[in-house]
Structure formats: C-alpha cells, structure tokens
Design a protein around this ligand. Structure first.
Ligand code: ZN
Length: 253
C-alpha cells in the first residue's frame, strides 16, 4: 500500500514522481551481503518503499562491525546479520516485505536466491561471490549493481545482460587474498554510505526503467576525487559475450 506522506519528498522529484514510486513499490530487490555496503543499501531501499527487499548473508554481527554497519547495535552482536537486519528494517518500514536469508551465495544456490528480482545490489566483500552473481544475473537477464569499498576508495558499476559485465572489465577473478580487504587494510566509515548511495540511485533508475550510468565510477572520499571510466564490452566475454549464454535469447526457467 502506498502512503503518500511517507514518500512525498521523493515523489516531488521529477526523477521519481508518482509513477516512479509505483514502480518502486512493485519491485523486488535482492541485496547480496549485509556488511557496511549492505546495511546502508538496505536502509535506503526500504525507506524509499521498494516493495520487496531480500538480503542474503552468512555472517553474524561482530563488535568490529558497529563502526560502519549502521543497522546494527550492541545487542545484535552474535546474531546472524540477515536476521538482525530483517528485524530492524521491518520496524523502519512495515509497508514493505523484508526477508533475511542466512546463507552463503554459491554457484549452486545463486539462481534460486536472485531469481525473480527486479534488481540485484552487490554488497559482498569478495570478488569470488561477485563473479557468481555476475554470471547468474547475466544468464537470467537481471540487472545488478557492483559496488566495492576498501580503505578510502570504492567503485560502482551497473551491469545489464547486454554488457559490459564484470568479466569484461576484470576478465578473471583475482586469487583469494590477492586484493586488499577491510580486514587487512581497514576502511573509513564514511566510504560505505557514499558508495551505497551511488549504487542505490542506480538501482532506482533500473527499477524505474530510466537510463543508468554506463561508466565505472571510482570514488575516493579522502581526496574527493571521482572518476568515471568508460568500460567496453568484450565480444568474447565468457558471461555476456559470444563465449557465454548472455548473448543469446534467455531460455525460460
Ligand atoms: Zn561480459
């Protein structure tokens, strides 16, 4: 049910308006990961009235998470993140359906988890899962929004079935341990809100059928440096190109 007063400030925007709000209400968003990016993303999606929001995460809340994972509080420590997030978000907006799934996304369950989504938002902390999400979303023709945040800088990119996709930009996954992570180099707690705000804005556009940003956005919150890097599709890409199934009509499943 649409409550006009709750969403009035975004319905006022020409970018959203009443029609956009209806599309948000009908949409289903799946957020992969419930860490720093995930908690910000979930809060924004739920507050904006995206009608159906699912979060998938395998971890429990730890004390070190509270510095940046804004949905959690001290008495959540030890609880599964997906469950704590669901409980909190349902109190934020009882008009939307929020579901927390405690699971690790893998190649075997990914299509079941993201199937039927209007949009998928990446809030994972590792590249292996992102490639699994990339390949499944391209196969199922579900748009997804890549987001990464480590140290003081982050990246955002929209991927649709037509590409370019994550594999076009980074052809093969780095080996586990090769890339810096928040656990090894740290993270400033202002970064995740900046990155997830960009991601969720792109998710809104995708839900509403509006033109999305085509470049890879690279952001440094310390220096305030923002770059938009042109990305191109690899025609031979294993996911979205001739090397994959994304280039051929999607088989119903
Ligand atoms: Zn590709």
């Amino acid at each position: 049910m649409l409550t006009e007063s709750r969403y009035s400030r975004q319905v006022l925007l020409p970018e959203i308006g009443p029609q956009g709000q209806k599309k948000l209400a009908k949409a289903r968003a799946v957020v992969i990961g419930c860490g720093a990016l995930g908690t910000h993303t979930l809060s924004l999606l739920v507050r904006a009235g995206v009608g159906n929001v699912t979060v998938v995460d395998r971890d429990v809340v730890e004390l070190t998470n509270l510095q940046r994972q804004t949905l959690f509080q001290e008495d959540d420590v030890g609880k599964p993140k997906a469950e704590a997030a669901q409980e909190r978000l349902q109190k934020v907006n009882s008009e939307v359906a929020v579901k927390g799934i405690v699971a690790e996304v893998d190649a075997a369950n990914v299509e079941r988890l993201v199937g039927g989504a209007t949009v998928v938002v990446d809030a994972t902390d590792n590249m292996e899962t992102r490639y699994i999400v990339n390949d499944a979303c391209v196969r199922l023709a579900i748009p997804w929004v890549y987001g990464g945040a480590v140290g003081v800088s982050g990246m955002v990119m929209v991927v649709t079935r037509d590409g370019p996709c994550l594999r076009c930009v980074f052809p093969s996954p780095p080996r586990p341990g090769d890339l810096p992570t928040c656990n090894t180099v740290g993270i400033v707690n202002t970064l995740p809100s900046a990155v997830s705000s960009m991601q969720v804005t792109e998710a809104f556009k995708l839900i509403m059928g509006k033109e999305h940003t085509r470049e890879l956005m690279v952001l440094d919150v310390w220096s305030q440096d923002i770059q938009k890097i042109k990305v191109v599709k690899d025609p031979k890409c294993a996911a979205c190109g001739r090397g994959g199934r994304g280039g051929s009509p999607k088989a119903p499943r």
